[in-house]
Write a protein that binds this ligand. Structure first.
Ligand code: TYD
Ligand code: MG
Length: 452
């Protein structure tokens, strides 16, 4: 069927409706419906190829080796993916323009043995080649095709028979068979669907690049997140060299592991000791600074939280600014500090940040943020050899967090001698106990007192 029809698609969730509405009936977002003309050839509408279908099986007979990850050759990426990329799968790498997506993926293709294909739908072949030279990524079995038309891209896959394909970016690929304009929701979704089918049929891994906007959404269609197997998010502050890679959706493994890279002249390199990097510029004896051993997946990272407080203007709501931290969480903690800690936070403008361009949202940070703000308000530094972690509840109680032992160990490794911890944290072993003293607290008030 190739009947032309008009539909409306939600740019947030991808839901389709036959007529326009101010609000998407699927996800409830406002003003997200855009008109689409479809030729009825949307690959999403086509039935799945029946040759690959098999009937029901006993669960124990289902082969397991199909979804085994293959190492990418880049350790940090393997960590995030739980081993590597899975053949037959499609991964979406999202990130702001300029963050380093193309760089990471060229390095990925070069690190992998076997035939790989880089499809550049944004930059010319020369541009990509020059970058590849800088990255030392010139390999005889790395193929490059600068192309935006989907049929030609699939032809290139046919011609080169790669094990791994990168499409940079999915937003600039278009299928002329679809009547919606390039970059539209219909195009992006249609092309992604087709590539998912190709990956499965050929049992190859495909990685799609997707640009995201400032607020972290995939530009246009969030719908891609539902189409692909894995969604990776590449983030960082463009003014810092640090780059954080996380899986936000992963059909084949964990979604809580963090990969850390540094952008240097020769591309992205792994950061083997993030704590040391994060603490490198720390000045001791400054009010408003607290050191927190936090957990990213299975990896402990010690970082510095900074707070600055200033008397608020009268009759104006006090300012609250959180950089690299969850602002809703910060508001809640300030309310707890005010009510349970009896600090006059309501009359203060409060600025807080996680230092080094990190983005962290983990309950173990709560107590550190409270102590940093209290230290700023009292204009008294915390002891230089003190670290702190713990979740803070609405009652002002300090709650246990995961991996207390690993957090303490990492703090001790970096030379901290005292750690304020939730009261019920497990006892450290003798060796650790000799290096560091635990100060157990049950409430925020106790922690404020213990911090001096
Ligand atoms: P890029 O991979 O093009 O970002 P994206 O594909 O996400 O838009 O890289 C972005 C920036 O990284 C670019 O402005 C220059 C810088 N860069 C380096 O510092 N070193 C390098 O080796 C490369 C390739 C890029
Ligand atoms: Mg790019």
């Amino acid at each position: 069927s190739s009947k032309i029809k008009t539909t409306f698609a939600c740019t947030e969730c991808g839901a389709q409706s036959p007529k326009w509405a101010g609000r998407c009936t699927e996800c409830g977002d406002w003003n997200t419906l855009v008109e689409e003309i479809t030729g009825g050839d949307d690959p999403a509408d086509l039935p799945l190829p029946s040759t690959k279908r098999s009937g029901p099986m006993r669960i124990g007979d289902v082969p397991t080796d199909l979804a085994r990850p293959i190492s990418t050759g880049i350790d940090e990426l393997d960590t995030v993916l739980g081993g590597g990329l899975v053949a037959g799968s499609v991964t979406l790498l999202g990130g702001e323009p300029g963050i380093g997506k193309s760089t990471l993926l060229l390095q990925l293709l070069a690190a992998r043995s076997g035939t790989t294909l880089y499809v550049s739908a944004e930059e010319s072949g020369q541009q990509v080649r020059l970058r590849a030279e800088r990255l030392d990524a010139i390999r005889p079995d790395l193929w490059l095709h600068a192309e935006t038309a989907l049929p030609h891209i699939i032809q290139a896959i046919d011609d080169t028979q790669p094990e791994l394909v990168v499409i940079d970016s999915i937003q600039t690929v278009a299928d002329p068979a679809l009547s919606s304009p390039p970059g539209s929701v219909g195009q992006v979704r249609g092309c992604a669907h087709r590539l998912v089918t190709e990956a499965k049929d050929r049992n190859i891994a495909i990685v799609l690049v997707g640009h995201v906007t400032k607020d972290g959404n995939l530009a246009g269609p969030r719908v891609l997140e539902h189409v692909v197997d894995t969604v990776l998010q590449f983030e960082g502050d463009r003014h810092h060299a640090l780059r954080l890679l996380r899986a936000v959706k992963h059909r084949f493994g964990p979604t809580n592991e963090l990969g850390l890279f540094e952008m240097v002249g020769a591309g992205l390199v792994a950061v083997p000791d993030p704590s040391t990097l994060f603490l490198a510029d720390r000045r001791t004896g400054v009010p408003g600074s607290a050191v927190v051993p936090t957990m990213e997946g299975r990896r402990p990272i010690v970082l510095e939280l900074q707070a600055l407080t200033n008397e608020a203007m009268p009759n104006v709501p006090a300012r609250r600014s959180a950089q690299g931290l969850d602002s809703g969480r910060m508001s809640m903690l300030m309310a707890v500090l005010g009510r349970r800690g009896r600090l006059k936070v309501g009359e203060q403008d409060i600025y807080a940040s996680a230092v080094g361009g990190a983005k962290v949202t983990e309950p173990g940070l709560d107590l550190g943020l409270c102590l940093a703000v209290a230290s700023a308000m009292r204009d008294t530094p915390l002891p230089a050899d003190l670290a702190v972690f713990g979740e803070v509840g609405l009652g002002g109680e300090v709650r246990q967090v995961s991996h207390a032992q690993r957090r303490v160990t990492e703090a001790a490794r970096l030379g901290f001698k005292r750690v304020i911890v939730p009261a019920k944290s497990p006892e450290p072993d003798d060796e650790l106990g000799a290096q560091v003293r635990l100060i157990r607290v049950q409430t925020v008030i106790e922690a404020l007192r213990a911090a001096g």
